[in-house]
Design a protein around this ligand. Sequence first.
Ligand code: G
Ligand code: G
Ligand code: NA
Ligand code: MN
Length: 253
Amino acid sequence: LSLLSELRQAVINNELRVYLQPKVATADNQVVAAEALIRWQHPEKNLVPPFRFIPFAEQTGYIREITKWMIRSLASQWHALQTHDTPFRVSVNLSTRDLMTASFPTFLEETLAQYNVPASGLCLEITESAIMDDPNFAQRTLEKLSAMGFRLSIDDFGTGYSSLAYLKRLPVNELKVDQSFVFGMIENNSDRMIVQSTIDLAHNLGLDVVAEGVETGEMYQALGELGCEEAQGYFIGKPMPIDEFLAWRKEWN
Ligand code: G
Ligand code: G
Ligand code: NA
Ligand code: MN
């Protein structure tokens, strides 16, 4: 069986799983959002991580079906995730193929309407390399999505080749500092400078900053001192199945 037909079968057989990883505000430790990360519960293998099938799905275009599956799953469970008084967003990773699909904004609008989910309840994470594949087209799609009320985030910031000229024009709300810089920031002065400059750049452009890969309390503390608004990483919580996430959140604060 080819990987593509296996993936198709996985969707039909309900083998894909949504995992959620918390994002907290450094100012008050409140849980403000979660990033949705896909897993494949294969009947014969252990839990298959995304790097084993997402790149392949991107090459073949099947990622569009996976993205739709993810958005439907999140929309159908969005209200169940609103367990506290504070607003809570869910982030989804998009691929370049999603941005290039003309019907994608309409799909989003219809799916959210079906489950009565506000666009502001969803954050769309796009890597800088996905944007730079076709920056002009990406810009038009992002403008459409922004006008619809979605929060837009640039993922893995600092690892690609996005020019600041494009960044300035894009209607994005947040930058995610790539975890490679966060890992190094305590021991390596260059990494710390990169993190600090990225935070300052983002703020000067009116954007919020999320740091990913926050593995220690020392990193969390340092990021808060540098003005980074949100943090995500193993120090706070790992990606978890939704039930586990809800239990984790009850314990958190
Ligand atoms: O979840 P991990 O924790 O292993 O994720 C690895 C990578 O897989 C992430 O960098 C992320 O970009 C990608 N990924 C995870 N879930 C999704 C998804 O639903 N869609 C897309 N396009 N990428 C995903
Ligand atoms: O979409 P993106 O590439 O940013 O996905 C984040 C990836 O990083 C996922 O694979 C997720 O499981 C992983 N991750 C999240 N937090 C941590 C962390 O604190 N340390 C490490 N090593 N990986 C993390
Ligand atoms: Na991401
Ligand atoms: Mn990332």
